[in-house]
Design a protein around this ligand. Structure first.
Ligand code: PEP
Ligand code: MG
Length: 401
């Protein structure tokens, strides 16, 4: 029923104005799915390889499309993704590009769902899914690789953990984003926005902590439920062995100092979430920090694990982190992303489904989060390519997809 009859690939714009890969998958019975690859700026060293969009498309047309059309069924995700791996022939998707692979993989899932008429989250997760929703982590203030001349820490993320529904959580994050703007204006701190729609003021991290703390508390009082906050430190971007550790604007912290600093921040601000607090090669540092604060907060590996079961397996063995960020384009296919989620769940690691800093209007990750009962989703707070996912979550909750 879902035999693939055509795969079309094209270059479209991402939110940074760069070309990215969009795929259409067509099947027998009129099935159709369309998806586009996102793109990172603070990418992990061990991610699957993104090729320039035109190159990725040319390679996929030559090597992958002939293995898909008339050969595989869009409703059988493992079959589609195995064909993508076979077409690629490498272990990091450097043959056809992880951007071509993930666009085709996600488009095939949508095509498979369209034939059965099931919503994508149900096609991916089964008929018993759809009753639990992730807490959205909303990027409120940020810098790092996502904005010039702003905070050292890449993302300050609102976490409305007490929200009674996903839609109330989403509106609460937008309100925190608005409140931070008010506070910045009061303080005469003009600013623009970073790649993910977060405010990117030219302030130091300690002032950002003060402002985000004030804003989350103020909005929590208004809405009447608990709003905490968290961080994506993106520490691999700061780490410089030659400089002796983590290079901040005002000082360099050794690994031990970095662990202490993050543990102190967790205690002082009651942080709910800390992503990539240490370098992507430092399993030991992650394990130390997890030992110290893992009972109180999610310590999440993004660049550390890159949605990869081998790297997650190493982390589990060493007690490094207690949760994993899931970005399908880091690993290339939905099947690989599901494998990482299953390994995490089996080992009581939380999973956080995530966007990239370069995004499109594609909303697949909203469905992936609901399909896998993800406790959290990270997809910004405002900006069209972010609200595409947030509004899709609202529609899923409203049974309107
Ligand atoms: C979303 C992130 O940024 P990027 O896509 O630039 O890796 C992140 O680091 O979690
Ligand atoms: Mg990250």
């Amino acid at each position: 029923m879902t035999l693939v009859t055509d795969v079309r690939l094209r270059r479209v714009l991402d939110s940074r104005g760069n070309p990215t890969v969009e795929a259409d998958v067509l099947t027998e019975e009129g099935g159709f799915g369309r998806a586009a690859a996102p793109s990172g700026a603070s990418t992990g060293e061990y991610e699957a390889i993104e090729l320039p969009a035109a190159e990725a498309i040319a390679a996929a047309r030559e090597d992958a499309v002939p293995r898909l059309v008339g050969e595989v069924h869009a409703g059988n995700q493992r079959e589609v993704d195995a064909a993508l791996h076979a077409a690629d022939g490498t272990d990091d998707f450097s043959g056809i590009g992880a951007n071509s692979a993930v666009a085709i993989s996600m488009a095939a899932a949508k095509a498979g769902a369209s034939v059965t008429g099931a919503p994508l989250y149900q096609h991916l997760g089964g008929t018993f899914r759809g009753n639990t929703f992730p807490v959205p982590l909303g990027n409120i203030v940020g810098g790092g690789e996502h904005a010039a001349d702003a905070t050292d820490i890449q993302e300050f993320l609102a976490a409305p953990v007490g929200a009674p529904s996903v839609s109330e959580a989403i509106f609460a994050n937008a309100a925190v984003h608005g409140k931070v703007h008010d506070i910045l204006i009061e303080r005469d701190e003009p600013c623009g926005k970073g790649d993910e729609g977060a405010w990117a003021p030219s302030i130091d991290d300690s002032e950002a902590f003060e402002i985000v703390d004030e804003a989350t508390k103020a909005v929590a009082d208004e809405v009447g439920f608990e709003i905490r906050f968290g961080l994506d430190v993106a520490a691999a971007e700061m780490y410089d062995e030659d400089e002796g550790g983590y290079v901040y604007s005002d000082q360099v912290r050794s690994t031990e100092e970095q662990v202490e600093y993050i543990a102190d921040l967790v205690a002082e601000y009651d942080l709910k979430y800390v992503e990539d607090p240490l370098d992507e090669d430092d399993y030991e540092g992650f394990a130390d920090l997890t030992e110290k604060v893992g009972d109180r907060t999610l310590v999440c590996g993004d660049d550390l694990f890159v949605t990869n079961t081998d790297r997650l397996g190493d982390g589990i063995q060493q007690g490094a982190a207690n949760s994993i960020l899931i970005k399908p384009n880091q690993i290339g296919t939905l099947s690989d992303a599901f494998d990482a989620i299953e390994l995490a769940v089996e080992n009581a690691y939380g999973h956080v489904v995530s966007h990239r800093s370069g995004e499109t209007e594609d909303a697949t990750i909203a469905h992936l989060a609901v399909a896998t009962d993800a406790p959290f989703i990270k997809t910004g707070a405002v900006a069209g390519e972010r609200t595409a996912k947030l509004n899709e979550l609202i529609r899923i909750e409203d049974n309107a997809v």
